[in-house]
Write a protein that binds this ligand. Structure first.
Ligand code: XIL
Length: 308
């Protein structure tokens, strides 16, 4: 979620604890939780989240319609094991997307329609089950289905390491241009931006934002966090680490504002609120803007300052 206004943090914490228990909110719209059995959709958690956002004037970016993550795919077994003709795959894909997007039409303003479909090695389309079932057409079909279900939603291709791996951005731009040439409704490129404090470097970040903006599409930072302990050598966030983290946040935000024209900015979403919420915190690490007491860290101040 991106804050439309100042986020009501205590209310959000309360909701997270009451509604989601073990479920982290960033996971509840993934395929495994949304459609655990074929044709059986579970809207209980997503409704709670969207209701909360609506009542607190908070914008929602939906994550993610088509997503087969690597080790833990976060897809239901039935979908992973589905067998069928390309038309049968298409029917499954369209039902999944249209059922979810239409339910939240007008309330979820943008979606990660396809997430992590590009290979790290060469930027090619990954052989996920949709690709195996119906070929590369799954991409076009996904965007068209989402657009039918909510013609006003902004539809994104989302992926990680665009600054680090330029060939991945090449792959994304190739797909985007092909879709645009054929009038397929795609509106944005999402940059996950799970970065380290010292990598990627500023010039890589700037170049990647600039190249994405040159497509004319929206550019959004969808999952920002900054790891400071990827080597595992630290037991706590000392001042030096906090400053290094704040500097990287400043670099990312300033690069985004400098390289992406205002009318193309889809916004910036952090991948969690306080450090213990983060999926990276186990290392241990402290990748977010607020600490375990929900106190703002130097990274938060850097974020605010960079926004001007
Ligand atoms: C992560 C969640 O944050 C974790 O709770 C879960 O165990 C694994 O997935 N890129 C994505 C997200 O697009 O869906 C991932 O979220 C983080 C990396």
């Amino acid at each position: 979620m991106s804050g439309g206004n100042v986020l009501d943090r205590p209310a959000l914490q309360e909701l997270l604890i009451a509604e989601f228990d073990e479920l982290t909110p960033e996971n509840i719209m993934k395929p495994d939780l949304m459609q655990p059995e074929r044709g059986v959709f579970d809207f209980s958690h997503s409704d709670a989240l969207v209701d909360f956002a609506t009542s607190s004037d908070t914008r929602v970016h939906g994550h993610a319609l088509v997503f087969q993550a690597f080790s833990n795919p976060q897809m239901p077994e039935w979908m992973l094991n589905f067998q069928g003709t390309p038309d049968e795959w298409r029917a499954v894909l369209e039902e999944h997307i249209e059922t979810i997007v239409s339910r939240y039409a007008g309330r979820i303003e943008s979606w990660d329609v396809v997430n992590e479909i590009l290979s790290d090695e060469n930027g090619a389309i990954r052989p996920i089950v949709w690709q195996q079932g119906m070929g590369d057409d799954f991409i076009e079909a996904s965007f068209r289905a989402a657009h039918r279900a909510d013609p006003n939603a902004d539809l994104y291709l989302n992926d990680y390491k665009f600054p680090d791996l330029p060939h991945k951005l090449d792959g994304a731009i190739e797909i985007v241009e092909d879709l645009l040439d054929r009038d397929v409704p795609i509106h944005g490129i999402g940059f996950q931006m799970h970065v380290l404090a010292d990598f990627p470097k500023e010039d890589q970040i700037r170049l990647a934002f600039r190249r994405a903006a040159e497509t004319g599409l929206l550019v959004k930072v969808t999952e920002l966090d900054v790891r400071v302990n990827s080597g595992g050598g630290y037991q706590s966030l000392g001042d030096d680490l906090a400053v290094a983290q704040a500097n990287q946040i400043r670099i990312v935000i300033e690069a985004y504002l400098d390289e992406v024209p205002p009318e193309q900015r889809g916004g910036i979403t952090m991948w969690g609120i306080s450090d213990p919420d983060s999926y990276l915190s186990g290392g241990p690490d402290w990748p977010l803007l607020f600490d375990d007491q929900l106190e703002a860290k130097p990274a938060y101040d850097a974020f605010r300052e960079a926004l001007g």
